[in-house]
Design a protein around this ligand. Structure first.
Ligand code: C5J
Length: 223
């Protein structure tokens, strides 16, 4: 066990039973021309966290612990995309439409891929999820239980949508969750702040949050 200085109180990290979950660091959310931009968002905010996500990812890999990447990805026939999801809002491009990076949020298309600098290594698990939460309609829970994982450390985008939904799903399934505060971001800074505050409130009602500087020494074997 390694004590991580976190809020609302210290998180006791047990790397042997922990997984890093990197949520949806996909070109469609992070690069111009993708789904995030088509909803009118400034994607540069999300690009800014990529170096931090990479640093923690590298340290986690170095520590030899389990890494899981997720992608918000639909089947090419969109059979796993409810019309209520596809038709929501007024995006310039809807899920499944053809944009500058191929069909939006469709598995196998260039925009659906994880940004190259964070690309999964051979052997790392990639979960394609049709919803915002990483547990909905995926094999993630079975995979984690099979590996005796009890703690999840989260990074990725966006804080108040897919990251928060996944953390809440994980918390309800009995996992202890830690969010790396500078390894996540939102198109809306106020939403990021509020989402983290809500999850840590009431004695870590959903989970803990800590900066990467609090986590990295534990991964890199530093005091
Ligand atoms: C969104 C996500 N924001 N990965 N997806 O639609 O947060």
């Amino acid at each position: 066990m390694t004590r991580i200085d976190a809020r609302p109180f210290a998180f006791e990290l047990d790397l042997a039973h922990a997984a890093l979950v990197v949520i949806d660091m996909q070109r469609d959310f992070v690069e111009p021309g993708g789904f995030g931009a088509s909803l009118g968002n400034d994607v540069t905010r999300l690009q800014a966290i990529v170096p931090t996500v990479r640093r923690v990812l590298d340290a986690w890999r170095g520590a030899g612990a389990l890494v899981v990447h997720t992608r918000e990805a639909h089947r090419p026939d969109l059979s796993d995309c409810p019309p209520a999801k596809r038709m929501r809002g007024q995006p310039a491009l809807r899920i499944g439409d053809v944009g500058p990076m191929g069909r939006v949020l469709v598995a196998g298309e260039p925009g659906c891929e994880i940004v190259p600098v964070l690309a999964p290594l051979p052997g790392e698990t990639v979960i394609d999820k049709p919803g915002k939460g990483a547990f909905h309609a995926t094999a993630l829970d079975a995979l984690l239980r099979g590996r005796e994982v009890r703690q999840l450390v989260f990074m990725g985008v966006t804080t108040e949508v897919c990251v928060q939904t996944s953390m809440r799903e994980a918390n309800d399934r009995g996992y202890e969750c830690l969010l790396v505060e500078d390894g996540t971001d939102s198109y809306f800074p106020d939403f990021k702040r509020a989402a983290i505050d809500m999850m840590c409130a009431q004695g870590a009602i959903v989970g803990w949050a800590a900066p990467s500087t609090a986590l990295l020494p534990a991964l890199e074997g530093r005091p």
